[in-house]
Design a protein around this ligand. Structure first.
Ligand code: AMP
Length: 396
């Protein structure tokens, strides 16, 4: 079966057409600047990248361009839309309603809508993508795969904040966690790769990219994760502050005469390693600046690594041990300095790094030496493949 995987953002839409038998992407692409003007970048497997300006007044128009590109006689990869067996949609927030992926029905759409408040920038865009596919390829079964679902196994002690309980019961204010599809995919692969007993395994997954989170996976289930009600909590990220003392918000409003919205903008877009370094949110730029001896770049990366290592330490406590620590996503897969820096704080766990293997980029490899007490790996994530697998599994 060929599965169209759709990941709708507020003004962008990423897609892949995946063959569920070979698990290979037949085409990948992205629509950008939806609602502004529109641009499609489409790459058929083994073919040239096609870039075109396109009139994308909304997501439905964007999906129409995607379907046209997929069936185009020159750079398409299928003859007709009938070849699309199912659509898998990434949905950011499933609240407490969705603890697993689900076949999309009107009731499910209403349920996703109920979670809009929890992810006001993301869920409405995801819903628009779902509606657009319903209109353009009616009758094709669709599945929603939630970023939050994998973390629904967290115990109360991990997901409750120290707030009056009625805020949880009335408004569902709690830790939800994100990147669940990635954490689940990578943790499963780690268990398989290391030959661990799935029912007796302790894996810590470090999904480090523009947005970063760490998850404790005990016996295949998420038992704690660093992102919270929103993806702002937890680690220091590219532009996000991660966890801070909440009193800083009022303090900053007074000191800088800022509105709440302005402070939130700073926390989301101007903080993290960008804010600390004053250089960039991209670690490649920080690496260049570090090589030139820029002290703020060195500091920003060290603060980042330290926070990752501290979170790992807290999850070793949460699981009373750890078998494997896995790095994934843009930074985790590519940035040897971040991996080395993070692992340098883990000597107390008996972790030792194989420096040569740590030079690897984007490939599955063991990073620990044979005598390391805890195994450390790079396992590339593939959220689109994970969504395609879930879609096939649910429709079988
Ligand atoms: P992601 O959000 O998973 O796409 O990760 C994006 C981040 O990964 C970028 O901001 C970079 O900081 C980092 N990254 C991607 N490729 C590399 C690379 N080759 N070397 C170092 N960092 C990289």
């Amino acid at each position: 079966m060929k599965i169209l995987v759709v990941n709708c953002g507020s003004s962008s839409l990423k897609y892949q057409l995946i063959d569920s038998v070979t698990e290979k992407a037949l085409a990948v692409g992205i629509c950008e600047r939806i609602g502004i003007d529109g641009r499609l970048v489409h790459t058929p497997a083994g073919g040239e990248k096609i870039k075109m300006d396109a009139d994308m007044k909304d997501h439905e128009a964007a999906i129409k361009y995607v379907l046209d590109a997929l069936t185009n006689s020159e750079y398409g990869v299928i003859k007709s839309l009938d070849e699309i067996g199912a659509v898998g949609h990434r949905v950011v927030h499933g609240g407490e309603k969705f603890a697993s992926s689900t076949v999309i029905t009107e009731e499910v759409i209403a349920g996703i809508e109920e979670c809009n408040d929890l992810a006001p920038l993301h869920n409405p865009a995801n819903l628009i993508g779902i509606r657009a596919c319903q209109n353009l390829i009616p009758g094709v079964p669709m599945v929603a795969v939630f970023d939050t679902a994998f973390h629904q196994t967290m115990p109360q002690k991990a997901y409750l904040y120290g707030l009056p309980y009625e805020y949880y019961s009335n408004y569902k204010i709690r830790r939800y966690g994100f990147h669940g599809t990635s954490h689940s995919f990578v943790a499963k692969r780690a268990v398989q790769l290391l030959g661990l007993d799935p029912n007796n395994s302790k894996v810590i997954v470090c999904h480090l990219g523009n947005g970063s989170s760490v998850t404790a996976v005990l016996n295949g289930k998420s038992v704690d994760t660093s992102m919270g009600l929103t993806p702002l909590e937890g680690l220091i990220m590219g532009t996000r502050s991660g966890s801070i003392d909440p009193a800083i918000i009022e303090y900053l409003m007074n000191k800088e005469n800022m509105t709440l919205e302005q402070v939130m903008e700073v926390l989301n877009k101007k903080s993290g390693v960008l804010g600390l370094s004053g250089i960039s949110s991209d670690f490649r730029d920080l690496e260049d600046a570090t090589a030139l001896g820029n002290e703020k770049a060195i500091l920003a990366v060290d603060v980042f690594n330290y926070h990752v290592a501290k979170t790992i330490g807290s999850y070793v406590a949460a699981m009373n041990g750890v078998d494997a620590i896995v790095f994934t996503a843009g930074l985790g897969e590519n940035d040897k300095a971040v991996r080395k820096g993070t692992v340098s704080y883990l000597g107390y766990l008996g972790v030792t790094l194989n420096e040569e293997n740590n030079n690897t980029r984007g490939k599955e490899i063991e990073l620990s030496t044979p005598d390391s007490k805890v195994k450390v790996y790079i396992i590339p994530t593939n959220e689109e493949l994970a969504i395609a697998r879930e879609t096939v599994e649910l429709l079988a």
